[in-house]
Design a protein around this ligand. Structure first.
Ligand SMILES: *Cc1c(COP(=O)(O)O)cnc(C)c1O
Length: 694
């Protein structure tokens, strides 16, 4: 590695494996390399390598320390790849199919929590060396980049994926030609090609219809993430489900199990059903073989989150597949309908085809069983075959460098381990050292927030807040999609109450808010406008600050730097939520409605059953009237903040340490990290898949 060309090749290898996103030393290398480059973000390593000219690389080859650092990182990557599991014939491979993957900010292949979870699933599978391959869609236009004007109006800026200049590589056959498979639809056959992205040891295959031989409207099928109409939607799902199964097969990968991450991928079941039929099984035989190889995870109790297609559209696009199966379309219809479900429903299809179905937290499992109970009219609701596997987050992706350094010192194996007992070793940490780590993480967050709000202020001409942020203040974070059920504006119901909490100069408190509203969701955009508008109310003294452009980087900064993580969904609509888990891993305390994972964590069987760590808003009793629920929850939120959260944070001992707070922060890390980790989650799935675990 002594000339510029070979150095470039080595850096390119580091940049193209998305392991850099969660490997802190690799990530900081690219940030350091990007620092002198104009207009290049450190969190886009492929762009950094492209921007380095030969002169810069030649200079670098003369820097012995830099070269040692790069050699060490390449060796670590090679060492990890050497332990990649066998995906060839005979291995018990799991194929994980998802419409979104949150991998890193330069690749806009996700819109929110579902995608971030899918990304974390792959990262943990890589850490644990699971034989897993993933498939998704190669969007040329990803989910939008958000800007918010002086009036609080959100603008959706395009977020293109320049696949030719990204970490993705074309999938080719033995002769070097692009591998393609065919997916039949109502108006003809669509050719699908693929890109391969490496996430540590896990390959992710992104399917793409932008193929020269396709009709122009077919080339656009995979263009927009969740951008199109129902016709585009069903076509995209055919590409994902049918194309996914066919592409893996064409690549010589024969999965033993297909994991459908949400109903978007349900057509994979129909494609596999066809394979079993062609092997000579009758329909019942094919269906029972299919049940053995299909795992389905449903992700939301909100009806709009379940794709439905009317009879005409479904028949138009699925008839070729039905022909392939040797049955009439009307024979497929009962597989995707039934009970209270009268139109083609992808969740129903997946539920009926898969042998194992799960929701993503205990409460969500329960809610899902009652949502779909009409499909099993002869069974009591508890026996509806939907279980739960609670979501998690990938530890090294979401633990900030300050707490990660403490874990490295006290908890051997935390990056890969699933032994919950090992985390207790962190209790040995000196309280002052822990407080310094928390303070540094908060400082790092506030610095980034100031930089981001300054960009917005310069663009909009208005003050964007952020000037008055206080590094010693209790910092509360709220970042999520502005869907109305998330009740992003609940905290604003009584501005006098909120002003009294934020306005106390002796006990400073500040709230940081971020999140996107779907471009078609007017109500959600209204909530955002209300928040941004209200943030300038004099009663709040500039201590409620909105930060535009919620992305993975900002998600990491907020969840590692905030002291309190606020979540106020309308129970039980939050299936799981994962940002609060990220906060807990960093010693943040959750202040949350009893919903999703939090409901389970503080329940009798949860890790916090005996402990008062964090705070719950409201109780589990059903309140029929949502307006009454809002009023009661807001009241409880103000009371908890004023009487418990703020006083505990600002209660200091002789050494100026908030001892009670630190006890809770430490317990949050120790008790919650091992449980709400994707290492634990993929282990739970592994028990069901019957695959060996790392
Ligand atoms: C973690 C994360 C999410 C999902 O968090 P929720 O609690 O489900 O809202 C969404 N977006 C980003 C950027 C994240 O980091």
């Amino acid at each position: 590695m002594n000339d510029a060309a070979s150095l470039r090749a080595q850096l390119d290898r580091l940049a193209r494996n998305l392991r850099w996103f969660y490997d802190h030393p690799t990530r900081t290398l690219f940030q350091d390399l990007a620092a002198p480059l104009d207009g290049i973000a450190g969190d886009d390593p492929v762009a950094v390598v492209q921007a380095l000219d030969d002169a810069a690389l030649t200079r670098l080859t003369g820097d012995a320390a830099a070269m040692d650092r790069i050699r060490g990182l390449v060796a670590a990557l090679d060492g990890e790849l050497a332990g990649a599991p066998d995906l060839s014939d005979g291995a018990r491979v799991v194929a994980y199919l998802s419409a979104e993957f949150g991998l890193c900010d330069p690749l806009h292949t996700y819109s929110g929590g579902l995608g971030v979870l899918a990304g974390d699933h792959l990262r943990s599978a890589s850490d644990l060396a699971l034989p897993l391959v993933a498939a998704g869609l190669a969007y040329r236009d990803g989910y939008f980049t958000q800007t918010v004007d002086a009036h609080g109006q959100q603008h959706a800026e395009p977020a293109p994926n320049d696949l030719e200049h990204s970490a993705a590589e074309p999938v080719v056959d033995r002769t070097g030609a692009r591998l393609t498979v065919e997916v039949p639809m109502g108006d003809g056959v669509v050719m699908v090609q693929a890109w391969r992205v490496a996430v540590g040891r896990v390959p992710l295959i992104l399917l793409d219809t932008d193929v020269a031989g396709n009709a122009p409207h077919h080339r656009d099928i995979t263009r927009h993430l969740y951008g199109g109409d129902q016709d585009t939607r069903i076509r995209q799902e055919l590409v994902l489900g049918v194309g996914g199964v066919r592409m893996l097969d064409a690549m010589g990968i024969q999965p033993a199990l297909y994991h459908l991450n949400e109903g978007h991928a349900a057509f994979a079941g129909l494609e596999r059903l066809g394979v079993h039929r062609r092997e000579g099984k009758d329909l019942d035989g094919a269906l029972s073989a299919l049940r053995e190889e299909l795992q389905f995870t449903t992700h939301t109790p909100v009806p709009a989150g379940h794709d439905t297609f009317d009879h005409g559209l479904a028949e138009h696009h699925l008839r070729p597949l039905a022909d392939h199966l040797g049955i009439a379309f009307e024979g497929l219809w009962p597989l995707a309908t039934g009970g209270d479900f009268h139109t083609w429903n992808q969740t129903v299809l997946a539920l009926k085809l898969a042998g194992r179905t799960n929701g993503v937290a205990r409460l969500h499992g329960e809610v899902s069983r009652s949502m779909f109970a009409s499909l099993w009219p002869d069974r009591p609701v508890e026996e509806v075959p939907i279980d739960h596997v609670t979501n998690g987050v990938h530890p090294t992706s979401w633990t900030g460098p300050e707490i990660a350094a403490l874990l490295d010192a006290y908890v051997p194996g935390w990056r890969r381990g699933t032994d919950p007992a090992a985390w207790k070793l962190l209790r040995e940490v000196d309280r002052e050292v822990l407080w310094q780590a928390r303070t540094r993480a908060r400082g790092r967050l506030l610095e980034a927030v100031r930089a981001r709000t300054a960009v917005r202020a310069a663009r909009t001409g208005a003050s964007a807040g952020g000037e008055g942020l206080d590094p010693e203040a209790l910092t509360i974070g709220f970042a999520r999609r502005f869907a109305t059920y998330k009740r992003g504006a609940l905290m604003l119901r009584d501005l006098d109450r909120l002003g009294a909490i934020l306005g106390d100069d002796d006990r400073p408190v500040q709230i940081l808010v971020a999140g996107k509203a779907h471009p078609a969701d007017r109500d959600g955009q209204g909530v955002l406008r209300h928040l941004v508008d209200t943030s300038t109310d004099p009663r709040l003294k500039g201590r409620l600050v909105f930060i535009e452009g919620y992305d993975l980087e900002l998600g990491g900064l907020l969840t590692s730097g905030c002291d309190v993580w606020l979540n106020t969904p309308l129970r039980p609509k939050e299936a799981s939520g994962t940002s609060g888990m990220k906060s807990a891993m960093n010693g943040g305390l959750n202040l949350s409605v009893l919903d999703g994972w939090w409901d389970e964590a503080v329940s009798d069987q949860g890790p916090l059953a005996e402990e008062g760590i964090g705070w719950s808003i409201g109780d589990r009793s059903p309140v029929p009237d949502p307006a009454a629920r809002d009023a009661a929850d807001a009241e409880e939120l103000y009371r908890l903040l004023a009487e418990e959260v703020v006083p505990t944070f600002h209660e200091r001992d002789a050494d100026d340490l908030p001892q009670r707070w630190l006890t809770m922060a430490l317990d949050a890390i120790v008790l919650l990290s091992p449980v709400y980790s994707t290492h634990r989650m993929v282990h739970d799935y592994g028990v069901r898949y019957g695959v060996r675990e790392g």
